[in-house]
Design a protein around this ligand. Structure first.
Ligand code: F0G
Length: 475
């Protein structure tokens, strides 16, 4: 039950922020086509423009209203709001006015997502990389990846739509390299099972056992098909085109709304000082990097931050269409090869048109893309995790990308650097295991280094045997 906002003890907050603490603004959010500019109301689920088939984004046509509040006051509102004990504002909806103002607080579904820690990279790791940096641990979300951010906004919207549109049947579906399906299945399973069904489509053998266990555990219908993610994506796109299903991939712009919270949190965690900020993001389907750019734009437009950050997109050389586009100016969908950054192993990112649009409009001199190889990805993950971090292979990809960006002069020592570790180390334990057992098939092009291998040691169940093995000194 939602606590009555009016009953909260607001008088302990400074008078000038009190009236803003409970968000009352609901905006005028519409779907807008990034191709022809068509707009449509939110009273239906749309994923592409009915007229020209381009991607959609969500735009708040009343956004300028928010400019009546100065940036300095917004900063205080968001900071003080963290002290409120109001459940819907505990997660990504802390930033409700700019995140997605349409959804009433009573419909917000909060499962503990957001506010993931920004952890200073350990000294040895920083030395190795060549500068100090922070890791944003998005693996510490409920389903252990950043996808929970977008899923919280999408499922809150579904919850709101069920209540206000009298929907009695809804089938949520997504294609996934593993993490979207884990998040979708988790959040959908929280809703009323008499109304909501949950289906995920996975490329057979190309998600990790941990990722596969997640939608199974949440009770979703899990369908495995031959091929790679791009094949699954084409199928769900066709299903969403022809049948009454609710598409939960980031092609659904409502997912992007929640994922913008990554940018808001980074800004808040840095005291809103985004001067000389660089954000390093691993790119697969390109939903995340799109959302992060959109999030920083919101903050910049409202004067909440002084400067847009630089964005460094990182891709494996086995799945690099965005890096190739940035280097050569031409976008060519590609056939992917096996990658340890398997969650980002995508040859034709659905959100690429949005990336191009955002880069051309707002980030032209602030968007870089670097390419890293498989050996670099896995070893940066292993090295980071030996230094007190819990990064996944995509986090390893980000750190490897940071090294490349430092070497090529894109990132310099005086900058503040945030690396996105998009999921938890444990989701990709099988790749660590393959490294430690030297068991990678040749197409990964990975040769383990002895000094990075670690294995369990079997010893007798005896203190003497263990002390002798460890060469312990007696007291
Ligand atoms: N990191 C992780 C852990 C991911 O799961 C993904 C994408 C990415 C990075 C790339 O992000 O697609 O927004 O560019 N995973 C999707 C999925 C495709 O189905 O779970 P992106």
């Amino acid at each position: 039950m939602l606590k009555n906002p009016d009953a909260l003890p607001l008088d302990r907050f400074p008078a000038h922020v009190r009236d803003y603490l409970i968000p009352r603004y609901s905006g005028d959010v519409v779907y807008e086509c990034i191709g022809c500019g068509m707009t449509a109301g939110l009273d239906r689920f749309l994923y592409t423009c009915p007229q020209c088939k381009s991607l959609l984004r969500l735009r708040d046509r009343a956004f300028d209203e928010l400019k009546k509040v100065p940036g300095s006051l917004w900063r205080e509102i968001f900071d003080f709001r963290r002290m409120l004990t109001l459940e819907p504002l505990r997660g990504i909806f802390l930033f409700k006015e700019i995140l997605f103002p349409t959804i009433p607080l009573e419909d917000v579904v909060y499962l503990g997502e957001g506010h993931t820690p920004l952890v200073r990279a350990n000294a040895a790791l920083s030395k190795q990389v060549g500068l100090e940096f922070f890791v944003k641990n998005d693996g510490l979300n409920p389903s252990a990846s950043f996808k929970d951010r977008g899923m919280a906004s999408a499922i809150s919207f579904i919850n709101y739509s069920i209540r206000t549109r009298g929907i009695t049947e809804l089938l949520g579906i997504c294609a996934s390299t593993g993490d979207t399906s884990a998040a979708a299945a988790l959040y959908l399973s929280y809703l009323d099972k008499n109304i909501v069904r949950s289906v995920v489509l996975l490329p057979q053998g190309k998600v990790t056992p941990q990722q596969l266990s997640q939608p199974l555990g949440s009770g979703a219908t899990v369908i495995e098909v031959p091929g790679v993610f791009d094949d699954c994506m084409r199928i769900v796109e066709e299903l969403a085109e022809r049948y009454q299903v609710c598409l939960l991939n980031s092609k659904n712009p409502i997912r992007i709304m929640g994922q913008k919270s990554y940018a808001y949190e980074v800004a808040q965690q840095l005291g809103y000082d985004t001067k000389h900020l660089v954000v390093i993001v691993p790119v697969g389907n390109a939903g995340n990097v799109t959302a992060i750019m959109e999030g920083f734009l919101d903050l910049y437009r409202l004067d909440i931050i002084p400067e847009l950050p630089c964005i460094v997109a990182v891709q494996s050389s086995h799945a690099n269409p965005v890096a190739v586009w940035r280097a050569r100016g031409e976008y060519i969908p590609m056939k992917v090869r096996p990658s340890v950054a398997q969650a980002a192993m995508i040859g034709d990112p659905v959100s690429f048109p949005k990336v191009r649009w955002l880069v051309e409009e707002h980030f032209s001199d602030r968007f870089f893309a670097v390419e890293v190889n498989e050996q670099e990805i896995i070893e940066h993950m292993l090295q980071a995790n030996r230094c007190g971090h819990v990064v996944c292979t995509q986090g390893g990809e980000s750190i490897a990308g940071l090294c490349k960006a430092v070497a090529s002069g894109i990132v310099e020592k005086n900058q503040t650097v945030v690396v996105d570790s998009t999921s938890h180390q444990l989701k990709f334990a099988n790749f660590q295991d393959m490294y430690f057992r030297n068991a990678f098939p040749p197409e990964y092009e990975i040769t383990p280094r002895d000094d990075l291998i670690n294995k369990p040691i079997a010893l007798p169940a005896s203190a003497d045997a263990i002390a002798s093995f460890l060469k312990l000194k007696e007291k």
